[in-house]
Structures are given as structure tokens and as C-alpha cells.
Write a protein that binds this ligand. Structure first.
Ligand SMILES: NC(=O)c1ccc[n+]([C@@H]2O[C@H](COP(=O)([O-])OP(=O)(O)OC[C@H]3O[C@@H](n4cnc5c(N)ncnc54)[C@H](OP(=O)(O)O)[C@@H]3O)[C@@H](O)[C@H]2O)c1
Length: 388
């Protein structure tokens, strides 16, 4: 490897963010070397990536996955397994891209930061669930936490003009933009009949199934409020959400002097991915470039809090703090999986999260074992309410 190349571990390589990260890496081979990958069920795709990029190490979910993968990969690669495997690979590259889905990404987030690595984080669920634990390791020497989520990447870019004093006293508020999802403007009767096909049809972004459903309930935006608070150390009372159907303004920061800074680009996740890989350099592929030679109308409206109660649940979980955000995210994972498996209706997703939160017992979340226990209990309550 040339000394100027950065080594990259891409965990969650077979998913939507994973595939888009590979696309960026293909164009930037002189700057980056993909050394490690991880995936879940799509083992043929994982083997194809291992061969194309000649990676050194691969993490798979279980011993069964390992034996299937060995037959597919047809070359000598190190294979590691399970949570231990994810943690191991998150400690052996310059940049760790966490593109794993859901709470399963936790070993990557904690592993990368505690090893002093640059973590390019798409996996918001781990940060939301483990915020107090992440706070303890993110100041490890050399560690950097960079957000791939487009809204947070936008805020990261806007905050570059701030002196970086803890709590950002010159920032009045963060304004997260939301596309509004496929059900923007739908009335109560229409929402009652919302189908899986409707919910999977996002108006502006092409993403994995879980985050697409989260966008339809606005739970994604609720999770992003929690994510922004954890990332930037700003209280949720200083984080607002505005619906912006064009998905061109990816978020904004309003300063105490009334000035509002925004980041604009066409909706293309390769831009925030490239930003997190390249910082402080900007990689010279203009993924989301805008064409101002044509008319471009941008509109903003408040979210409909009554039609989309997920947003209010997320703010409430933030105020309660401790393990409440972990419960919210865990219950939502269970409910979305049930919806995708045709076990419940769209309306039931947020109802299940709400009823799970009713069982929450205050916990300061001061250890990893307590986080796993909270995650487990929340999932059990959510599953119990599926049956009702
Ligand atoms: N997609 C977007 O545009 C977008 C935007 C912002 C943030 N995000 C966030 O990025 C994360 C990934 O989203 P996505 O849309 O890319 O999801 P996705 O398409 O469902 O991909 C998820 C990836 O995680 C892998 N995976 C799942 N469980 C695993 C495990 N136990 N061990 C190792 N790998 C595992 C999957 O492997 P298999 O497919 O092989 O099973 C796949 O590679 C989520 O946290 C999401 O909120 C996504």
C-alpha cells in the first residue's frame, strides 16, 4: 500500500450505504484501500466484493455463514465471526465506515472510537442507543466521529464556521430538514389504509427498507433529532425539524445573530460518504451538484405532529434520557421488522413503540451490560405488544 493511501474497513458492505461507499472507493483507488468488509445474509455479494477489492479480512455473522462464505470466496482471506469479528475489524483500518443496520452495529461504533479510529457513521441506531457510552470513548486519542447521515453531515459542514466551543453557545438552534416521506399531506383515513408498497416508495431517496419505513413514519427524523443531540452535544430543545420536500437543503444551523447556514446538494448519499472519507480534503467528484441554470424552487413547512406521533415520542425519549432512546430505537426495530413481514399495519408501528415506552423504567445506562439488558427488555415488550 502506498503510504499516502488510507485503509478503509466497510462494515455493512452489501447494503444501500455499503454499495454507495464501494462506488466512491472505485473512483478513489489512488487515495483509499479497502482492507476489510462485513455483511449479513448476502454472502455471494460479500464474496464478490472481497474478490473485486482483494480485501484482507471479512466479518460474517456466524459459523454457518463462515462455512458458506469459505466456499464462495475462493481465496485466502481472514474470516472473523459475530460481534467479536465486527469489533476486531473496526480496530484495524484508518477509516471505519459503519453501514451495518440497526443495533447490530454497536460493536463497530464502540470498537472504532475506543481504538482511536476515524468512524464514518451511517449506523445511527448504535449512537442513539449508546450515547452515554459513546461519549466516554469518543475522546480517545486519534478518534473522530463523522456523520454520514446527510442531515448531520450538513450540520457538520455548517458548524465548521463555529469556534467549536463545547455546547456551541453561538448556535441558537439546529434545523433538521425532512422530506416528509411518502405520506406527507395524507389525511387520517388515507394513513389508515397505508400499505407496505406505499411506505417503501420514498419520494426523494433510494435507501434500505428499514430506514425507508422509518422515513414514512417520521421515526427516522425523530431518531435523527436524538442523533444530532448526541453528535453535537446540543440539547434537543435547540433542535427543530422542518419539512422540505425537495431534499436539497440537507439541514441548517441558525446562529444567535440570526444568520442561517445551510448545505445544499441533490440527494445523493455518495456526497456525505466521500466527505467523511476525504476530510479535510474534498474529493473531486461532484455527486450532488446543483444546476442553477434552471429554475429551482425550495419550500419549507412545519411537520404534522398529530399525523406523525413518532417525532414527539423521540423528543420525549430525549428528555427522559438514560436508556429511553435505546428503548425507542429497539422497539422501533421490532415494529418495523414486523411491518416488513406483513404482521402488522403501518399505523401499528408507532403504536407499538409508544406502548413499549410505557413500560420503561428509568436507567442511567452506565455500562455496556446494562445497555444489552435494556435492549433485550425493550424488544420483549415490543414483541409482546405485537401479539395484542
Ligand atoms: N440508505 C441510506 O441512504 C441511509 C442514509 C442515512 C443513514 N443510513 C443508515 O445507515 C445504516 C444502514 O442503512 P442501509 O439503508 O444501508 O441498510 P441496508 O441496505 O439494509 O444494509 C444493511 C447492511 O447491514 C448488514 N448487516 C445487517 N446485520 C448485520 C450483522 N449482524 N453483521 C454484519 N452486517 C450486518 C447487511 O448485510 P446483508 O444485506 O448482507 O444482510 C447490509 O450490508 C442504517 O443505520 C441507516 O439508518 C442509511
Amino acid at each position: 500500500m502506498s503510504p499516502s493511501r488510507r485503509s478503509v474497513a466497510l462494515l455493512g458492505a452489501t447494503g444501500s450505504i455499503g454499495v454507495q461507499t464501494l462506488d466512491v472507493l472505485r473512483r478513489e483507488r489512488e487515495k483509499f484501500e479497502l482492507v476489510a468488509i462485513a455483511g449479513g445474509e448476502q454472502l455471494s455479494e460479500l464474496a464478490a466484493i472481497a474478490k473485486e477489492f482483494d480485501v484482507k479480512s471479512v466479518a460474517v455473522k456466524s459459523e454457518r455463514h463462515r462455512s458458506e462464505f469459505v466456499d464462495l470466496v475462493e481465496r485466502d482471506v481472514e474470516i472473523v465471526v459475530g460481534d467479536e469479528g465486527l469489533r476486531d475489524l473496526s480496530q484495524h483500518a484508518d477509516v471505519i465506515v459503519n453501514a451495518v443496520l440497526g443495533f447490530a452495529g454497536l460493536p463497530v461504533t464502540l470498537g472504532a472510537l475506543s481504538a482511536g479510529k476515524r468512524l464514518a457513521l451511517a449506523n445511527k441506531e448504535s449512537l442513539i442507543a449508546a450515547a452515554p457510552l459513546v461519549a466516554k470513548v469518543r475522546n480517545t486519542d486519534g478518534a473522530a466521529l463523522l456523520p454520514i447521515d446527510s442531515e448531520h453531515c450538513a450540520i457538520h459542514q455548517c458548524l465548521a464556521s463555529s469556534p467549536g466551543i463545547a455546547g456551541y453557545p453561538d448556535v441558537r438552534r439546529i434545523v433538521l430538514t425532512a422530506s416528509g416521506g411518502p405520506f406527507r399531506g395524507w389525511n387520517d383515513e388515507q394513513l389508515k389504509g397505508a400499505t407496505k408498497e406505499d411506505a417503501l416508495h420514498h419520494p426523494t431517496w433510494t435507501m434500505g427498507a428499514k430506514i425507508t419505513i422509518d422515513s414514512s413514519t417520521l421515526m427516522n427524523k425523530g431518531l435523527e433529532v436524538l442523533e444530532a443531540s448526541a453528535l453535537f452535544g446540543i440539547d434537543v430543545e435547540r433542535i427543530d425539524v422542518v419539512v422540505h420536500p425537495q431534499s436539497i437543503v440537507h439541514s441548517m444551523v441558525e446562529y444567535v445573530d440570526g444568520s442561517v447556514l445551510a448545505q445544499l446538494s441533490r440527494p445523493d448519499m455518495r456526497l456525505p460518504i466521500a466527505y467523511c472519507l476525504g476530510l479535510p480534503e474534498r474529493l473531486a467528484h461532484a455527486y450532488g451538484a446543483l444546476d442553477f441554470s434552471k429554475p429551482l424552487a425550495l419550500s419549507f413547512e412545519p411537520p404534522d405532529a398529530a399525523a406523525f406521533p413518532a417525532l414527539g415520542l423521540a423528543y420525549e425519549a430525549a428528555r427522559v434520557a438514560g436508556a429511553a432512546p435505546a428503548w425507542l430505537s429497539a422497539a422501533n426495530e421490532v415494529a418495523v421488522a414486523a411491518f416488513l413481514a406483513d404482521q402488522i399495519k403501518w399505523r401499528d408501528i408507532v403504536a407499538i413503540v409508544a406502548s413499549t415506552m410505557d413500560h420503561y423504567v428509568a436507567d442511567p445506562l452506565d455500562s455496556l451490560s446494562s445497555l444489552y439488558e435494556n435492549d433485550d427488555v425493550a424488544r420483549r415488550w415490543a414483541r409482546a405488544s405485537l401479539d395484542r
